[in-house]
Design a binder for this molecule. Structure first.
Ligand code: SAM
Length: 328
């Protein structure tokens, strides 16, 4: 039997395990919130397309598994009416604080949890299925912009890169402790960096002298490892992407969730997934094509219109794929 979603009054941000409230994390955090811009700077990618494909109706229960600054969640929540609900998950407490502002007054429940724990989150909310889910993968412009989070090679900051700053190993932990061969494999596998071995060797030589703890030092080491002139893309781009994917085990979260989609979605329910690089897009494409309980609705990925690209160049690599859960 389908249970009703919790009422709007119970809207809150909670941690998946143990119902720890986000406010608790923020009070304890050493991060200076004053150093952040007042509102989100992230521009929601393919917003109208996600809304059209998920087509929320009165009473729909929709999950935004990567709620970020709440751009998709807001428009989806405007369509679910008073009986429906959007459940917004994020691993990053600071992003949830932005989503809280963006979705104020709307039927949105924010949860501090990875989307790979969606089963547990839904069980705790008393929901036994969903009508739609959106995943907008990767990181937001806000996270990239926040120097203290260590995602950017463009500014100096601590070499962190965790989406969830409350747990797990940082990029500095990996860079200073992994074997040279393991580092090279990460750069090759997740960044498709052809000079992966050279970069790993230089990192290991440098860390013998002094641990690598900042984004600027790592970016400088990478740039000095890559021979020849740079093209339009900074040579640090691929290594930073690879480390971020590894630190957050991004592909593991995606794989396990793709496998669970047919059980999470109600018959006719839809999954809309936006990816930003081929490692992700390939997985989504294969999962949608090969799962007999899913029907891929987009044969080719949906990409941004010229108007969106003119407004938001970050949308140029976004690829949206949509699948529908087959009837029982
Ligand atoms: C591109 S942003 C989403 C932006 C959002 N759609 C918007 O319009 O504002 C991606 C977000 O996903 C979060 N994230 C990444 N991996 C996650 C995971 N496995 N589970 C939950 N959130 C995740 C990041 O912390 C980030 O806030």
């Amino acid at each position: 039997m389908t249970r009703k979603p919790p009422p709007v009054e119970s809207r809150r941000i909670s941690r998946c395990s143990g119902l720890r409230r986000l406010a608790f994390h923020l009070e304890e955090s050493a991060v200076s919130i004053e150093s952040q811009p007042p509102g989100p700077i992230h521009r929601t990618v393919l917003r109208d397309e996600v809304l059209a494909w998920l087509a929320p109706r009165e009473g729909s229960v929709i999950v935004d598994g990567t709620v970020g600054a709440g751009g998709h969640a807001k428009v989806l929540a405007q369509g679910v009416g008073t009986q429906g609900r959007v459940i917004g998950l994020d691993r990053d407490p600071e992003m949830l604080a932005l989503a809280e502002q963006t979705t104020q007054g709307l039927p949105v429940t924010l949860v501090h949890a990875p989307y790979s724990e969606l089963d547990e989150v839904l069980a705790r909310l008393g929901l036994d299925g969903i009508d739609g889910i959106v995943l907008d993968l990767g990181l937001s412009s806000d996270q990239l912009h926040w120097r203290h989070r260590g995602f950017s090679f463009g500014t100096d900051g601590p070499l962190d890169m965790r989406f969830d700053t409350t747990e797990g190993e940082t990029a500095a932990d990996l860079v200073n402790h992994l074997r040279e061969e393991d580092l090279a494999n990460i750069f090759f596998q997740y960044g498709e960096e052809r000079y992966s071995r050279r970069v790993a060797r230089r990192i290991v030589e440098a860390r013998r002298i002094e641990p690598i703890t900042t984004t600027a030092r790592l970016a400088d080491l990478v740039r000095r490892s890559i021979p020849g002139k740079w093209g339009p893309i900074d040579p640090a781009t691929r290594v930073f992407q690879a480390l971020r994917i590894k630190v957050n085990e991004e592909l593991d979260h995606l794989d396990s969730t793709l496998a669970r989609l047919p059980d999470l979605l109600r018959p006719g329910g839809r999954a809309a997934i936006i990816s930003f690089h081929s490692l992700e897009d390939r997985r989504v494409k294969v999962a949608f094509r090969e799962n007999a309980r899913l029907n891929a609705l987009t044969r080719k990925p949906v990409t941004a219109t010229a108007a969106e690209l003119a407004d938001n160049p970050r949308a140029r690599s976004a690829k949206l794929r949509v699948a529908e859960r087959c009837p029982n």
